[in-house]
Design a protein around this ligand. Structure first.
Ligand code: GUN
Ligand code: FE
Length: 441
């Protein structure tokens, strides 16, 4: 089966570049984009006629790359929207670990996964990087749910064994058991044979892991070449903890244990120093920028513009449920908003020249690039842009839904303004189509 989709394509091939074309996208049997034609061209018309499945998007509906969410805690889905009154270290012990411990019940886990995965797909999240719980079976079930519902995903069993950083009722019994269960999870996810789903090695964060566990997982990553994800330099407490226990900054600790690798996903990382940005960039790791969650737990705003300038790979993460907004288009708006607060500063008792960090702002074009091509580059996955050779992961967004907030006005809205409205205002109800690997979900 081949697919051809015609419509107005909007995408961001670079952080400061929006491209809009009337396009016909030709997709082959493997879900790979074979060609992107001008809609008015002979080749475009021919592609539409030749395809076994043809989708002509209405005028007023726009084709965009699917969204890449670099950081989601799948088991926290039932607490989304609650519990943000406590600091991170207490939030984990009081709310989050008790919920995550329940995923020892794989039937409960599957019920949650079968709600979470299609919900995120409907919001346009075509690639999801998941923390599961520390349970092997629930993690395999999450990978199965992604394969079943057709979401591209990296799925990681959470490794955590530290006697102080974790409760006795929710941890890997020993470092050795933690490494073994992580290795078993890699095999179980790989054994599904899904072209969409891959494993990812997932030490929760340095405060929850012993040195022995971090070392074993670094060795596992080197031996298997499976990607790594973890939280990095998220809050003052997190950074202080790493310094106290290991005598080094959090990024250096991760690097020491072989976890700072190409395509390692470092969630948050808002406290990176300039030297640490150089380290992250040099290792080829990248940051999952989680702007809303950071407002609650991080004690700081991530300097996305600064990180990009330092050559650090950056994408966006919802950080469900530390971030109480699951759809990544909304997270784009959060990223823009917090960058403006970082630039201007927030304390009116300070003068304007000492209040903020100049040149920190990003706009909706950069935010959308982070949510698509930027995130795909962090992961080294061939998605995030509609161009030949990449997989067709895409969404179609309506600008004219009755009852919605998006309206385009002739003579007022040019293409750039239309794009800005779509990114800032679209909700799941405005997303009419979601394709992953060439298949409509
Ligand atoms: N650090 C360790 N675990 C977590 C988590 O579940 N959420 C966030 N935001 N930070 C963490
Ligand atoms: Fe997180």
């Amino acid at each position: 089966m081949t697919l051809a989709v015609s419509g107005t394509l909007m995408q961001t091939p670079a952080p400061d570049r929006l491209v809009v074309i009337d396009a016909v996208v030709e997709v082959d049997r493997a879900g790979t984009i074979a060609a992107v034609h001008d809609r008015a061209s002979v080749a475009g018309r021919h592609a539409l006629d030749a395809a076994t499945e043809r989708v002509d998007l209405d005028p007023g509906t726009f084709l965009m790359p699917g969204l890449v969410d670099l950081h989601i805690h799948a088991p926290q889905w039932p607490q989304l929207g609650t519990g943000l009154d406590l600091p991170l270290e207490r939030w984990l012990f009081d709310y989050t670990f008790p919920l995550e411990a329940r995923y020892v019940d794989t039937a409960f886990a599957t019920t949650v996964w079968d709600d979470l995965v299609p919900s995120l797909l409907s919001m346009g999240t075509t690639t999801a990087v998941y923390y599961s719980s520390n349970h092997l079976e629930a993690t395999t079930a999450l990978a199965q749910a992604c394969a079943r519902h057709g979401q591209r995903a990296l799925v990681g069993r959470v490794a955590m064994d530290h006697p102080e950083g974790t409760p006795e009722w929710y941890r890997d019994a020993t470092a050795t058991e933690g490494v073994e269960a992580s290795a078993a999870s890699i095999e179980a996810v790989a054994a599904l044979g899904s072209p969409l789903v891959e494993p990812i090695i997932t030490p929760r964060f340095t405060p929850a892991c012993t040195g022995a566990l971090l070392e074993g997982l670094g060795e596992l990553a080197a031996a298997t070449s499976v990607r790594v994800q973890t939280h990095c330099a998220e809050s003052d407490w997190h950074c202080g903890y790493a310094l106290d226990r290991f005598g080094a900054g959090d990024p250096a600790v991760l690097d020491r244990f072989g976890l700072m690798r190409p395509h390692t996903v470092l969630a948050h990382s808002d406290h990176l120093t300039a030297d640490e940005m150089t380290l992250v960039a040099g290792r080829g790791a990248g940051v999952a920028h989680c702007p809303l969650s950071n407002a609650y737990f991080a004690n700081a705003v991530f300097g996305a513009r600064r990180a990009l300038g330092a050559g650090v790979g950056v994408g966006l993460g919802s950080d469900i449920a530390g971030g109480a907004r699951p759809g990544l288009l909304g997270v784009c708006q959060d990223a823009v908003t917090v960058s403006r607060m970082l630039e201007d500063g927030v304390d009116p008792s300070l003068g304007p020249s000492e209040r903020g960090v100049p040149k920190s702002r990003i706009d909706t074009v950069t935010a959308f690039w982070l949510a698509t091509a930027g995130g795909a580059a962090v992961l080294d996955l061939p998605v995030g842009l509609i161009e030949p050779g990449r997989q067709f992961d895409a969404i179609a967004v309506r600008a004219d839904r009755p009852g919605g907030a998006i309206r385009l006005w002739d003579d007022i809205d040019d293409e750039a303004r239309a794009f800005e409205k779509l990114v800032r205002l679209a909700t799941a109800d405005d997303i009419s189509h979601v394709w992953v690997n060439g298949l409509c979900r």
